[in-house]
Design a protein around this ligand. Structure first.
Ligand code: GDP
Ligand code: MN
Length: 376
């Protein structure tokens, strides 16, 4: 889960990294009040989970509260790389002497972290990294050792950062460890005209596997999130929206991916997919079908389950309970195989719902679901 800039800056502040005074709002009128509180001038910053806001018009200096209101009004509701701006942050402007880049990122292949730092931070960091890779230092960090003062000094020296940044490098590592982050990035980390080191922007990606330890972030509050994906996540299901016409429900990531391929191989396109994982209770099935069927793009639904720990008779009971509970309006093609497949098939046959049909092979079921979707 990515955090918004204003959330990242909150974490930085809690760990003793200096950030400019700032407040967040979804109202242009309130933006004027915030600018007044900040002293009149303010940097208005779109809160979207994507980089490059500055170049896209999502970071603007307002000279007075009236200008802040106007700028906030223009920014709220605009789209930056597909992300709708729902909130703006107003920050006290900082007099910049120099801009640096610092980040820690998980290096999965190497089984450790990487400190990336440059004395040439700011909006052009990608260009700098591409044109002159030697201007960007990359120092491996052993997660068991972490970033001590000595390690931070090594990073700062390699990147040509001034010694005052060492303290921030140590604290930024503490943000990563204590907040269960996979990535922390500050660009720019600035030296102000007065010589202070201030984090002007922040990006933090939290490890979803540690969500239970970071309860304060709650469910993903991403306003950009697809409403059906959010509804599925709220029910503990993995749902991904695609742009075709066949809804796909399966158990296990591998089988679901194969099912998507099988549908595509039949000339149809998956509308979305739902992985019900190991749980195929009536409730999970009903929830899953409800989510899939509420997508108007779905013309037919393909349920492809290979019974393992979850037996097919339980899945069949789930489907029967689900079609009885929700009013089924679109054809459902079911393929059950594996553990207790014969009993599962018998349960569905006995219910004999007019819109539910069974096919015994995955390819056959995909073919049938594709045909139903394209002739619907
Ligand atoms: P990004 O484009 O999404 O990375 O947004 P940033 O928050 O990094 O802002 C982009 C650029 O705006 C920074 O690199 C700075 O050069 C500039 N900027 C942001 N805040 C301030 C500020 O308080 N004072 C000054 N002078 N420039 C700022
Ligand atoms: Mn930035």
């Amino acid at each position: 889960m990515d955090l918004y800039e204003h959330q990242a800056r909150q974490l930085f502040a809690e760990h003793g990294i200096v950030v400019p005074n700032a407040e967040v709002t979804d109202s242009a009128k309130e933006a004027r009040e915030i600018a007044r509180r900040l002293g009149g001038r303010a940097v208005v910053k779109a809160q979207v989970k994507t980089g490059g806001r500055g170049k896209a018009g999502g970071v603007k200096l307002a000279a007075d509260p009236a200008a802040a209101e106007l700028t906030a009004r223009q920014m709220l509701g605009m789209r930056i790389k597909g992300h709708m701006v729902g909130k703006v942050m107003l920050a006290q402007p900082v007099d910049i002497d120099r801009e640096f880049y610092v980040s820690y990122v998980l290096d999965r292949a190497a089984g450790r972290f990487l400190a990336i730092a440059s004395a040439e931070g700011g909006m052009e960091i990608e260009e700098v990294a591409a044109a002159r890779p030697e201007a960007v230092a990359r120092i491996p960090v052993d997660p068991a050792e972490g970033v001590t003062s000595a390690k931070a000094t090594e990073i700062a020296d390699a990147a040509g950062l001034p010694p005052q940044t060492v303290d921030v490098l140590v604290r930024l590592w503490q943000v990563l460890v204590r907040e269960d982050a996979l990535l922390v990035e500050v660009n720019p980390l600035v030296r102000t005209a007065r010589g202070d080191i201030v984090a002007l922007d922040g990006k933090v990606t939290l490890d979803d596997n540690a969500r239970f330890r970071q309860a304060r972030w709650g469910a993903d509050d991403d306003e950009d999130q697809d409403p059906l994906e959010a509804a599925a996540a709220a029910r503990g299901l993995t749902y991904v929206r695609l742009d075709g016409e066949v809804g796909v429900i399966g158990n296990g990531a591998g089988l679901v991916m194969s099912t998507l391929d099988a549908v595509a191989g039949c000339g149809a396109r998956p509308a979305d997919f739902l992985d019900i994982g190991g749980g195929a209770s009536a409730q999970v099935m009903a929830d899953g079908l409800t989510v899939i069927l509420s997508d108007p793009a779905v013309k037919s639904v393909l349920v492809n389950v290979f019974g393992g720990i979850t037996a097919c008779d339980a899945v069949a009971e789930g489907i029967v309970a689900a079609v009885d509970r929700i009013r089924l309006t679109k054809p459902l093609v079911v393929r059950l195989d594996g553990n207790s497949a014969a009993r599962g098939r018998a349960i569905l046959a006995e219910r004999a719902h007019p819109l539910v049909e069974q096919v015994t092979t995955m390819d056959g079921a995909a073919r049938r679901a594709a045909d139903l979707a394209t002739t619907a």
